[in-house]
Design a protein around this ligand. Structure first.
Ligand code: PMP
Length: 384
């Protein structure tokens, strides 16, 4: 028998919700292609459209603006490949945004983050001033077709940005705005209209849906060429037969995540208990981003002198899954551009682990983490 494990890595991926699993299993039995006009096709189409409505409700979008993709990476790639002359972004963005920007052929202009790990309207104005020079109008035209990318919340620290303020500045300069909102839905109320962005990306597996499906929201017909050409699926915006089962699971998870927002304070209580327990056990521990507006589910914890790799491996041996920095893509512990962009001292950045909770997390999970943390840190203290 394998011992029960404590899973606290929801920002990497969340466990599949049972209702999402059930919706997927039911959809697997549908024989039709959603593009077919016969009854079998229409049955598959109905499942896709029900999911589209649920995903739209989760982010306050119109159902017609939702384009299903193979995940947020593809959705981000689609936006970044949109034929931009200039792309503005900070080092806080996820690799799927930063790498796609590098490949896009556009001039990439860096926005400097604040030491709290945020990008504000002032930071964007600073980047415009530094990159453009000259008079207001001349400067804007020098950027050509321009895009500003700003994530909703950071995957490593959970720090939330005031996207609507930044979007207002970008629009005043005639630029389009993309928001990678992967870490936000189900953890905070997301409303595309209030954000005022043109493109928004979400991923099913961060909210209890399956891996390998996501959505791109193209708000009010904002111009964007499709990345994948072929059939006319998704109203010509993303070719390829829809992954009906995955989309069904996404829809079920989105509906539950939306409903769960009402009880989101429960997560805050658990997160606060975890952070209190860590600081009580190890007063030298630093909670990165503690004073910033943060998601309720994310703790980025650094104990100077305890390397993140060591902490992750030792916690794993105690049955607790957390990650080091942004390890969700590679599985290896790399250099964190987010923590570097915040100006954190390298010895603190090297020590940062990420503990992220979600829909199935219990008080017992927090207790298990704290027991493993105390075991690990007291062994270190004895060895010192
Ligand atoms: N953006 C952010 C902020 C993320 O955290 C992730 C997943 N780690 C992605 C994009 C990529 O999402 P997906 O796994 O659906 O491709």
């Amino acid at each position: 028998m394998t011992a029960a494990r404590t899973y606290l890595d929801y920002n990497a991926t969340a466990p599949l919700r049972i209702q999402a699993r059930a919706a997927m299993l039911a959809a697997l039995d549908l024989v039709g292609n959603p593009s077919s006009v016969h009854a079998d096709g229409r049955a598959a189409r109905a499942v896709v459209e029900k999911a589209r409505t649920a995903v739209a409700a989760l982010v306050g979008a119109r159902a017609a603006d939702i384009v299903f993709t193979s995940g947020a990476t593809e959705a981000n790639a689609t936006v970044l490949a949109g034929g931009w002359d200039t792309i503005f972004l900070s080092d806080l963005e996820h690799d799927s945004v930063r790498e796609a920007a590098k490949r896009s052929g556009a001039r990439v202009v860096k926005i400097t983050a604040t030491q709290h790990g945020t990008v504000t309207a002032d930071q964007l104005t600073g980047a415009l001033d530094a990159a453009g020079g000259g008079a207001f109008g001349m400067r804007d035209s020098a950027f050509g077709k321009a895009l500003v990318c700003l994530q909703y919340a950071n995957n490593e620290t959970g720090v939330v940005h005031l996207v609507s303020d930044v979007a207002a500045v970008a629009h005043a300069h005639g630029m389009r705005v993309h928001c990678d909102a992967v870490q936000a839905p189900g953890r905070v109320a997301v409303d595309v209209a209030a954000l005022g962005v043109d493109y928004l990306t979400v991923s099913a597996h961060k909210l209890g849906g399956p891996k390998g499906v996501g959505a791109l929201v193209i708000v009010d017909g904002a111009p964007l060429p499709s990345l994948i050409a072929g059939g006319g699926q998704e109203r010509g915006r993303r070719a390829g037969t829809e992954n009906v089962a995955a989309i069904a699971g996404f829809g079920a998870a989105a509906a539950l995540a939306h409903d769960a927002l009402a009880g989101i304070d429960h997560l805050r209580t658990l997160r606060d208990a975890l952070e209190r327990g860590v600081v009580d056990a190890t007063p030298e521990a630093i909670i990165v981003g503690r004073d910033a507006l943060r998601l309720v589910n994310t703790s980025c914890i650094a104990l100077p002198g305890l390397a993140a790799e060591t902490a992750v491996i030792r916690l794993d041996l105690s049955g607790v899954s957390v990650s080091a920095g942004a390890a969700c893509s590679s599985g290896k512990v790399g250099h964190s551009t987010t923590l570097a962009a915040m100006g954190l001292a390298p010895e603190i950045a090297r020590a940062a682990i990420r503990v992220s909770i979600g829909h199935a997390t219990t008080h017992d999970d927090i207790a298990a983490f704290l027991a493993a943390w105390k075991h690990l840190t007291s062994a270190l203290a004895r060895a010192a």
